[in-house]
Design a protein around this ligand. Structure first.
Ligand code: F0G
Length: 437
């Protein structure tokens, strides 16, 4: 029913689902998983079925990914590896909305997944495919979240797991997760892009399965976020969907998800997909504004948002398709803008990691430029949990956060710890904080 197909327009080679590939063996292009034949779906009964599954006790029905399995390339007999991923909240966020001057803003918090990032929605699918293929070892390169997620799902599937990370550039929280879940972690000198090159070589061995977002099965899992989001909005799609861009798997996945929903008559239009990058790690934004020059990697990506410190995004062609098809944009935001937006999101009681805050910073910019209009609805995807990078948070609030160019970040929304002393007892401190005296 499903197959793998090369996305390159003049190739379009087809492969069976059980072929152990990451790119087209004919032309090297990226692969999509596609339905082999057109199937007519009845949108009303599908919506009903998906809603009913939410009340079921079946492990697959309780997962926000497998609940939508009519659109996933795994049969009923698939050896599903799940941690109950998905089902993440869609929040109103009045302070963030006010900051962006965008009253109709909602935040889809993918940081509420089992390992604290959106990666889990893809990893459940990729590790299930690894099991189907009979792989012994699963591997990835990572800036931290993919590592944490893969390590957890590999542990559940009882597969060996090896991870390559850029030395000294991954937050302790993410590394701690990978170690606790039992993955073998290898730090190398160099950045994420160097890790990616190494891991691609390693995965030429047939017993090893690579689950970075170049893997089309991972994208299949991640695309279900579009389904869940559309359902939460009662199938009324927002005008804009804004998400951070690093390796560009997530923008590719959401683009694919909304495209399939439209093709199946479940929604009547797609949101405009805007990808936001940190200004120091923005090869995709550069391509967007000068695409006639072709895509060029960023040799030395720099940003404190370490999750998206990526110069050679493997999925840029798929993300470009999503942006072009939906009439979206690719923009950049500065380190200062990311830091402030992150603190504002925190004040909504939500919180996220720095990479995720590019979204609210980006929306603020788009509103001020008139690219998002007064009456338009906007959803920002928060990709990772606040606790993923507490070092950054503490530095921001104590005014010691330094950008990669050496500039000190101004803590416009700083909230430093207050220190008590015998001369400054707790009561007077509290009075001061609450403004009672
Ligand atoms: N936000 C967070 C929190 C991430 O961890 C990542 C990517 C992104 C955004 C960007 O998503 O790569 O699909 O464009 N993290 C990867 C990792 C690279 O290894 O954890 P993308």
């Amino acid at each position: 029913m499903f197959l793998q197909r090369c996305i390159t327009a003049d190739c379009r080679a087809e492969y069976k689902l059980d072929e152990h590939l990451y790119v087209c063996s004919r032309c090297g292009g990226l692969l999509d998983v596609e339905r082999a034949e057109d199937i007519e779906f009845d949108p009303v009964s599908l919506r009903e079925l998906w809603r009913e599954r939410r009340a079921s006790g079946d492990e697959r029905d309780r997962s926000g990914v497998w609940r939508f399995r009519e659109f996933l390339p795994f049969g009923e007999e698939a050896p599903v590896v799940s941690l109950g991923e998905g089902n993440t909240p869609l929040y109103d966020a009045p302070r963030s909305a006010n900051y962006c001057r965008r009253p109709q803003l909602k935040l889809k918090h993918q940081g509420c997944n089992p390992t604290g990032s959106f990666k889990d929605t893809g990893m459940t699918a990729a590790v299930t495919q690894a099991r189907k293929l009979g792989a012994r070892v699963v591997v990835c390169a990572s800036t931290g979240n993919t590592a944490a997620s893969l390590a957890a799902y590999a542990a559940r599937a009882e597969l060996l797991c090896a991870i390559v990370v850029p030395g000294g550039q991954v937050s302790h929280a993410k590394l701690a997760q990978a170690l606790d879940y039992g993955a073998k972690v290898l730090e190398i000198e160099g950045n994420f892009d160097a890790c990616m090159n190494q891991i691609r070589e390693l995965s030429e061995d047939g017993s090893v399965y690579l689950v970075n977002s170049i893997n089309p099965f991972r994208i299949e899992g991640q695309k279900t976020v579009a389904f869940e989001l559309a359902e939460q909005l009662e199938w009324r799609v927002p005008d804009h969907l804004v998400l951070p861009g690093g390796n560009l798997g997530n923008s590719s996945a959401l683009g694919k998800g909304f495209r399939e929903l439209l093709q199946s008559g479940l929604i009547d239009r797609q949101p405009q997909i805007t990808v936001v990058q940190a200004a120091g790690a923005a090869p995709f934004a550069r391509f967007y504004s000068q695409h006639e020059r072709g895509f060029a990697n960023e040799e030395h990506p720099k940003t404190l948002a370490s999750a998206i410190k990526i110069g050679a995004p493997v999925s840029w062609q798929k993300a470009w398709r999503a942006v072009r098809e939906t009439n979206g944009r690719v923009i950049t935001v500065t380190e200062q803008e990311i830091a402030d937006a992150k603190a504002v999101i925190g004040r909504d009681g939500i919180g996220c990691e720095p990479a995720s805050a590019t979204t609210v910073a980006g929306i603020r910019k788009l509103v001020s430029e008139g690219a998002i209009k007064e009456d338009e609805t906007v959803v920002a995807v928060l990709t990772g949990h606040l606790l993923k990078d507490t070092d950054y948070v503490m530095k921001y609030h104590s005014e010691t956060l330094i950008a990669p160019d050496g500039e000190r970040i101004v803590s416009n929304f700083g909230n430093p710890v207050n220190h008590g002393s015998p001369a400054n007892p707790v009561k007077s401190l509290l009075d001061r904080i609450t403004g009672l005296t």
